[in-house]
Design a protein around this ligand. Structure first.
Ligand SMILES: [Zn+2]
Length: 320
């Protein structure tokens, strides 16, 4: 009986949800002429604007609003100094009435203020904003209901709308949809959200607060952790060489460790990519610089979407 149940669960894992999001062709492809033989590397950051360690319910509680945004600001500083455009899949951290009164996490007003400050900073620094989630803990539930995920995303979009900042309604599912049986494609379809996972996985998440105790212990040393990240980055840069898209996206998180080592990681990607794309007929490695004439086109292609600013400026069918 038990064996039958396990077999049934295993089969349903393959047949239904609990799988990596399937890649689809973009509706806004960059043409070969536009790309001009280049391959654009796009760092992406999940879980911000608030530092990853403060995202989930419970401890540690942040002592100040600045403490919640310090890792984001450090990340933005590095990207600015290197002239690199990135994409932030953002998360709205809800306030927690059980948090101590001295922590900003106790107050809904404070959490909205922090979110707005972070979102504006990302946008003012020239990066793209897209969707991750509101309640990150939920996406670890094996039997997360589709309705719960839809409500969670609607909440995130309502909070983003409140900031007045333009963003892309493109969804990166927490954990790539790997921790739940829910079929993310159906949620995405219902809300008309293109899905985007990642090509290059930095594995910077091994010591995030939502990782396992085993991994946290295995990579507690800073050197061991950063060596491991470099290893995975360079492995995936090589593995993704033959992909058809003109972009490669790299999974990172807004965290203390990643922001502190980001320069080293960007160097490692650059070094490996120049080695991998070195033949005369290979595409030429490049970051997506802020002043690149096709910067917007690459973001549209990658996010398979237009930003909310573009859709807001279009006349609605009724007013035509
Ligand atoms: Zn996440």
């Amino acid at each position: 009986m038990k064996k039958g149940l396990i077999a049934l669960i295993c089969v349903s894992v393959f047949v239904t949800g609990c799988e990596m999001v399937k890649p689809v062709a973009s509706r806004f492809p960059v043409s070969a002429e536009q790309a001009a033989g280049r391959v654009f590397f796009l760092p992406t950051f999940d879980d911000g604007p608030v530092a990853q360690r403060f995202v989930e319910a419970g401890k540690p509680y942040p002592r100040s609003e600045d403490e919640m945004l310090a890792d984001l600001y450090r990340t933005l500083e590095v990207l600015k100094s290197r002239n690199i455009t990135a994409v932030f899949y953002v998360l709205y951290v809800q306030h927690d009435p059980d948090a101590p009164a001295w922590s900003p996490k106790h107050s809904e007003d404070a959490m909205r203020r922090v979110f707005t400050r972070g979102i504006k900073a990302i946008s003012d620094n020239g990066h793209a904003i897209a969707l991750h989630c509101s309640d990150h803990d939920e996406y670890r539930k094996l039997f997360l209901a589709r309705k719960a995920a839809e409500d969670d995303l609607k909440r995130l979009m309502a909070e983003l709308d409140r900031t007045g900042v333009a963003y892309y309604r493109t969804w990166r599912v927490p954990y790539g949809g790997m921790r739940t049986f829910m079929n993310e494609q159906q949620v995405a379809k219902k809300l008309s959200l293109p899905l985007r996972n990642w090509h290059i996985d930095s594995h910077d998440w091994t010591t995030n607060s939502d990782s396992t105790n085993f991994l946290k212990k295995a990579y507690s040393s800073d050197k061991k952790w950063s060596d491991n990240v470099v290893k995975y980055l360079q492995r995936d840069v090589a593995r993704t060489k033959r992909r058809k898209e003109c972009w490669r996206d790299i999974l990172f998180h807004v965290s203390l460790r990643t922001s502190s080592h980001l320069k080293q990681f960007l160097d490692a990607i650059e070094q490996k990519a120049r080695e991998v794309y070195s033949k005369p007929d290979d595409p030429k490695f490049t970051w997506l610089s802020f002043d690149d004439p096709i910067r917007g086109a690459v973001l549209h292609d990658y996010l398979n979407n237009e930003s909310t600013a573009a859709s807001a400026s279009k006349p609605s069918p009724a007013s035509r």
